[in-house]
Design a protein around this ligand. Structure first.
Ligand code: IFM
Length: 452
């Protein structure tokens, strides 16, 4: 048995996002967003559910926030639904929306938790999508105007501001594979969207600095390490390298180093992808100083060369490890490798793990308990690697479990449960799972025991 210990000022939290929990999709003046539109089209969501009600957080936020407090959560991460603030995405402000988030933030603070607020977690107002969404460069202004409203309204009531959650998923799942809203299929447009997302991030950070707030700001990137299926095959090795460039460097390099990975752009150019239009001053705008690196990570990849996979020619194969219910391999050692890769490449940034967790086949047993031992095991193994990173001088400041309550898991609907609190979607009853109790003890002790 060994003891894993975290520093006293290490912050433990939970994370969630507006569309996934709020419901109230058409209440109190909220406008339609791309996920409202997308989920209402049959065939888009695997289990045919949608986020119209989700966890009904809009009406039950007090109950949920108090439960988080009871469990000892230190940071409560959530996001703002853009169309609740600006029903058309720009122009007239919906005061009921402003009031809603003011009440939510007050409730979190009154319960002595810190607030981590994501400005954009995938729910673009439909009116802006009608104008091209993230493919239209005007979105940099639309987004910055929206962010400025939040800075002015909520300012220092937020401890950690996150500009954008996972630009990779927004661009590539939304504009290339079409699994996510708005459901489009064009690689070059996705790449252009990446550039606009990063510009919007930079412009918002600049605006934030001009507001003279004392809170912190950063972006959340989803990253993972990849290794070749066959380390002796040069093509597999190159493919794995390309996968890291397209998944990690494409986002981290412009934000931290002020440039796109040239080798990747050369490769894509040769494959016929239209590279993004980059204007003078763009890279400087993206390359703003940020206060922390928000990292979401769940698994790692084994990559082989696959000529049929245009344009990257990378194929993903399994490595035989255990998988969570999301089908993602449990590979904690790669978490450590990723943290040290970020530390080296981006000059020792302060890192907050803004999401990590496991989907599990959870159900309520005859005693009314949800015994999610696999999730506890996953969290133990991943947190052990976080602690190893901290002990080795990597600046990891916090760790947020994805997610607090079970919630609407995008294209998979309600079927994939990631929460440490079970939600019965019919009755809206909440049941803290065994993992919530375990996590609560970890926070209390700033550590836990693990069998070696
Ligand atoms: O549910 C998502 C979240 O919205 C973004 N990061 C990954 C989670 C699990 O898929």
């Amino acid at each position: 048995m060994s003891i894993i210990k975290f520093p006293n000022d290490f912050e433990f939290g939970t994370a969630t996002a507006a569309y996934q929990i709020e419901g109230a999709w058409n209440e109190d003046g909220k406008g339609e967003n791309i996920w409202d539109r997308f989920t209402h089209v049959p065939g888009h969501i695997q289990d045919k559910t949608n986020g119209d009600i989700a966890c009904d957080f809009y009406h039950r936020y007090k109950e949920d926030i108090r439960l988080a407090k009871k469990l000892g959560i230190e940071v409560f991460r959530l996001s703002v639904n853009w169309a609740r603030i600006l029903p058309d995405g720009q122009g007239e402000v919906n005061l009921a929306g402003i009031e809603f988030y003011r009440n939510v933030l007050r409730e979190i603070r009154e319960n002595n938790m810190k607030v981590c607020l994501t400005i954009y977690h995938w729910d673009l107002p439909q009116k802006l999508q009608d104008k091209g969404g993230w493919a239209n460069r005007d979105i940099v202004k639309w987004y910055t105007d929206y962010a400025e409203i939040l800075f002015r309204e909520y300012g220092n009531d937020v401890d950690y501001w996150i500009t954008i959650n996972e630009p990779y998923c927004i661009a590539f799942l939304g504009y290339w594979t079409g699994e996510h809203a708005p459901g489009l299929h064009d690689y070059s447009t996705a790449l252009q969207a990446v550039h606009h997302l990063l510009l919007a991030h930079g412009a918002a950070v600049k605006k934030f600095r001009s507001c003279n707030l004392s809170s912190e700001i950063g972006i959340t990137l989803n990253m993972g390490m990849a290794c070749p299926e066959n380390a002796d095959d040069g093509k597999d090795v190159e493919a794995a390298r390309r996968s890291v460039m397209a998944g990690n460097c494409l986002f981290g390099d412009p934000v931290y180093l002020g440039r796109y990975p040239e080798e990747l752009f050369e490769f894509l150019d040769k494959k016929g992808v239209v590279l993004p239009e980059i204007r003078e001053g763009d890279m400087e705008l993206i390359n703003q100083k940020v206060d922390f690196f928000g990292l979401n990570t769940y698994t790692a990849g084994t990559i082989k060369y696959d000529a049929s996979q245009w344009p990257l020619e990378t194929g993903s194969v399994g490595s035989g490890r255990e998988r969570t219910e999301a089908g993602w391999e449990v590979w904690p050692e790669k978490f450590y490798e990723l943290l040290s890769w970020i530390d080296n490449r981006y000059g020792h940034p302060a890192i907050i793990i803004t999401e990590n967790g496991a989907a599990n086949n959870d159900w309520v047993d005859s005693q009314g308990k949800v015994v999610d031992s696999n999730r506890i095991e996953y969290l133990k193994r991943y947190l052990k690697e976080v602690s190893r990173a901290v002990d080795n001088g990597i600046s990891v400041k916090g760790y947020y479990v994805w997610c607090f309550t079970d919630n609407f898991e995008w294209a998979y609907g309600e079927a994939r449960r990631f929460g440490i609190v079970y939600v019965d979607y019919k009755s809206q009853k909440r049941i803290p799972k065994e993992s919530a109790k375990w996590f609560s003890d970890v926070i209390k002790e700033k550590g836990f025991e693990i069998k070696e």
